[in-house]
Design a protein around this ligand. Sequence first.
Ligand code: BG6
Length: 481
Amino acid sequence: MLTATHPFSFVLFGASGHLAKLKLYPALFVLVLKKRLPKDFSIVGFSRSDMDDSSFRKFVAKAVRAEMAEVNDKVLSEFLEHVHYHRGQYDTTADFLALDKRLIELEKGWEAPVRLAYLSVPPAIFSDVLRNLCKGGIHRHEKGRDFRCIVEKPVGHDLESAKEIYKELTACFEENEVYLLYHYLGKEAVRNVYYLRYANPIFERLSKNTLVHHVQISASEMVGLEGRTGYFEHSGTLQDMFQSHLLMIAALLTMRLEGDENFRETRFNALEQLYLPPAKDLNDIVLQGQYGAGESQEKPVVGYVEEEGVAGDSHTNTYVALKLFSRTSRWQGVPFYMQSGKRLKQKETRISIRFQETRPVGKGAYPNRLDIILHGEAGMRMHLQTKLGGTEPEFRPMILEDPLVCFGDCLPEHGLLLLEAIRGKQQWFLSFDEVRHAWRLLDPIQKHLDDPDTPLHMYPAGTAGPDEMNEWIAKDGIHWF
Ligand code: BG6
């Protein structure tokens, strides 16, 4: 069972933000609930909001209660005793010097604590925080203290900005002190994409270009913007979901199976092998859409451009479909179709591997397929078929399935990643190489999507996406599952 044994200070920049409320405080609470944290630790929220320890604790408690089905009051108050607030301006060095003093105070009597700075701030504030972390001495290795800087995605908005961030981060910290966090890599189900292959040689034997017809990776969401307009208007779905989560899923599916040593490098090698097929017209390999008014969970919802803060003529995509290939010898020639969108009819993240049909089988038969559902009604489904009674070869589907629920040491994704960061385990954090390559791959596509002449297909909220997505994939003789 993974636990943190070292005392640590966790400083959260962007303490009043959406991510902190939705994911981080509940995850930290779960770690306390499951007794995974040492007796000496502190969580220090840093932001510009006018709060003190007491009002911040109320804020954190509210966030925990909002996200957890049930809360044990005793554990919650134990947890809150470790929570502190430090008000400051991100661009004011004096506020960081004061923060350092506060941390020293809190860490009194602790042996070799680990300090973690978690950046959950908008890109515009990023540089100020980094500069002042450094000037304020928060990262200094004093008294055997280790330091880690955790950076929540997105790391930049293109290759150039990611390189800039790399420069800023490594100007003060060592590369191995930087933890680039994409929360999908904290999901047990996503990690399992690799381990299902690792543990099942039969599955691995089937996963090759002579047997696989194509792969689909879909991440559908029902939610809309959830108050993140400022960020989303400038990113859109390609940057928000493909650059990070979908490409990493494809890498986990196609990387060499080599065990935990050199894991990140092997994953990067697989990512590096992904490429956009040559196309006379980029619209053949990418399609974008935007939701209009419609329904979500039986309630009327507004269209994207009617959302608060969105420009009435916004060209930002909320749905993208993209076709990629891999150069790895096993997957050479197998198309990967990926799609993701907001305000769709269901929440589901799924990999579907459709196998070749070597010959026509008979009436009622359809090609074999393996679905690995990572989110939604999680599970693994092998689509086979069996003969119907009678003299003719007629078939009906036979689906072998397992709910793939997490058994054992199951933690929320941010909880697991935080524990690993405290312990200095970087395997499930991204390397800069991975981040840079993901941007390198997608920058030309983003440029194309930003072009006002590139079609933006509308779809009503609560549907599967724009109708054009079906024609787009049908050109290759297939359909979305
Ligand atoms: C985040 C994106 O990284 O992932 C969000 O920024 C998206 O826009 C979210 O909603 C989806 O995560 P999950 O865990 O709900 O699938």
